[in-house]
Design a protein around this ligand. Structure first.
Ligand code: NAP
Length: 475
């Protein structure tokens, strides 16, 4: 397998101009699997220059050509899906099933946006006065800085690159420090698919905040599309305010999962397992707060316990393991601290509650008697911990579910009519009803409140990279 460890600027792989590198670590055994180039200020400015120089020609490239290029990239990724999965297992620690699932999901963004490139909408209307014709054109917004997190290293990159390229924007991809190898591989797929020089660039700057700000301050940069924590998102919103740069923000979540009276426990446990354990719990959409009605609480807990016990834990390269490592020892320790505090606060450990393997692993854990408003209930756990709160009144469950600054995702299990009624009352961007996963390239993904601004995927995703231009014509 070819592993790329350099920056990609103006169509070429090159080491950082400061000739410095950082280690990429396999969290399953803590070995170093690569030394990736650090981008200096000069490298970041070169990336902006390259993207700016390529912008006019890329915007003028016929949509069909942009779409076909994305389609070629989709086909290459289809052939190489196992390579992408292996890179993610190695640098992120996730299980093989999660990695292959993500690699397949990631490539679909290139297919979806290859089809959207030729369907960019416009509008025509006659002014009410009858004195003019109004044409609304949509044009690429311009050079786009795409900043991605470590938890979905492939899908978060393609979910941004796909619509940006389809819209006619040139790009600078800035992957997370923990997972640059997958992002670099995807950039090389685009290179092989024939993306012209300067249209896609990749930098890994250090110090991140300072150098990202310098890129945002360049007048050529017109868009920042960010996926990551709410804390960093807030900082970036401030940074973008200075030069009034357009932003799309996919931020943190604290998803409630509500089990209503009368819920079918078989399908609820199957859905809850997916909602909690996909990606080892390291997902912005992961069910974080389980609100379970008293009438089904004990059966749900017993069945969830049995289901968690059946998941084999270990390195993702052993394909039968269902739960891999967390991304780092720091993340594992953060999860452990949240569990320890919950237990000190009176929660009961039904299963797990410790790290029983070497490496960045944490045991699949089930807690009951968790208090609404406690640290584990208000913090994104980002690990394999099911934290259950019991409720008696549905109104109380809705109140608790909405009692958070986040608003990305929620899950409701129950009789469909009752579940839809509850779903309508939840302050979130997405609700899964009697199912454990919502992600789909054809659907608008995103949150409300402090979980973000804008949507990715669906017909909406490409609009984030387009700007309306109004042409007034004589009637
Ligand atoms: P993070 O710490 O916010 O980092 C995300 C990205 O931002 C990384 O590339 C990071 O680079 C960069 N970054 C850090 N500080 C920065 C700064 N001051 N200015 C500009 N960029 C900066 O998030 P994470 O820990 O990687 O990912 C987990 C978070 O992402 C969770 O909160 C999760 O909910 C969220 N997430 C949201 C979605 C969604 O669609 N809503 C999807 C996935 C994940 P360095 O690595 O160089 O620090």
């Amino acid at each position: 397998m070819t592993v790329f460890t350099d920056l990609f600027i103006d169509g070429e792989w090159r080491p950082g101009s400061g000739d410095q590198r950082f280690d990429v670590i396999d969290p399953a055994d803590l070995s170093t699997i690569g030394r990736f180039a650090i981008a200096t200020e000069q490298d970041c400015m070169d990336a902006v220059d390259a993207a700016a120089a390529a912008q006019p020609a890329w915007a003028a490239t016929p949509p069909r050509e942009r779409g076909e290029l994305l389609r070629t990239a989709y086909e290459l990724l289809t052939d190489e899906v196992e390579t992408v999965a292996e890179l993610m297992v190695r640098e992120n620690g996730k299980s093989w099933a999660d990695a292959i699932g993500e690699a397949n999901y990631a490539k679909e963004f290139f297919r979806w946006f290859s089809e959207e490139a030729v369907r960019i909408p416009g509008d025509y209307r006659l002014a009410p006065s009858g004195d003019k014709r109004i044409i609304v054109d949509r044009q690429p917004i311009g050079v786009s800085l795409l900043i991605t997190p470590w938890n979905f290293p492939a899908a978060m990159a393609t979910r941004k690159l796909g619509p940006a390229l389809a819209a006619g924007c040139t790009t600078i991809l800035k992957p997370a420090r923990e997972t640059p190898l997958t992002a670099a591989y995807i950039v090389d797929v685009l290179r092989r698919a024939g993306v012209p020089r300067g249209v896609v660039n990749l930098v890994t700057p250090s110090p991140t905040g300072l150098l990202v700000k310098l890129m945002i301050d360049r007048p050529e940069v017109r868009k920042v599309s960010f996926t990551g924590s709410t804390e960093v998102g807030r900082e970036l919103l401030h940074a973008c305010a200075d030069s009034v740069v357009s932003t799309s923000m996919e931020l943190g979540g604290n998803a409630p999962l509500i089990v209503l009276p009368g819920a079918d426990i078989d399908s609820t446990v199957a859905g809850a397992l997916l909602a909690k354990m996909r990606n080892g719990g390291s997902a912005c959409t992961a069910a974080n707060r389980f609100y379970v009605h008293s009438s089904v609480h004990d059966e749900f807990v017993a069945r969830m316990d049995a289901a968690l016990a059946a998941i084999p834990v270990g390195p993702g390269l052993e394909r039968s393991n269902g739960l891999g490592a967390l991304v780092s020892v720091q993340e594992r320790d953060k999860v452990a601290r949240l569990v320890d505090a919950a237990v000190a606060g009176g929660a009961t450990v039904v299963r797990g509650g410790r790290a029983s393997r070497d490496g960045a692993f944490y045991d699949a854990t089930l807690l009951t008697g968790v208090e609404h408003g406690s640290a584990i209930n208000v913090t994104e756990i980002f690990g394999p911990v099911t934290a259950v709160v019991r409720f008696d009144e549905v109104d109380e469950a809705v109140r608790m579910a909405n009692d958070t600054v986040y608003g990305l995702m929620a899950y409701v299990f129950g009789e469909e009519r009752a579940a839809v009624d509850v779903a309508r009352r939840l302050e979130v961007g997405m609700v899964a009803i009697n199912r454990g996963v919502v992600s789909d390239p054809a659907a608008p993904f995103g949150g409300v409140k402090q979980s973000g601004l804008g949507r990715e995927g669906g017909a909406e995703g490409i609009l984030e990279f387009l700007e309306e231009k109004y042409l007034a014509l004589t009637a």
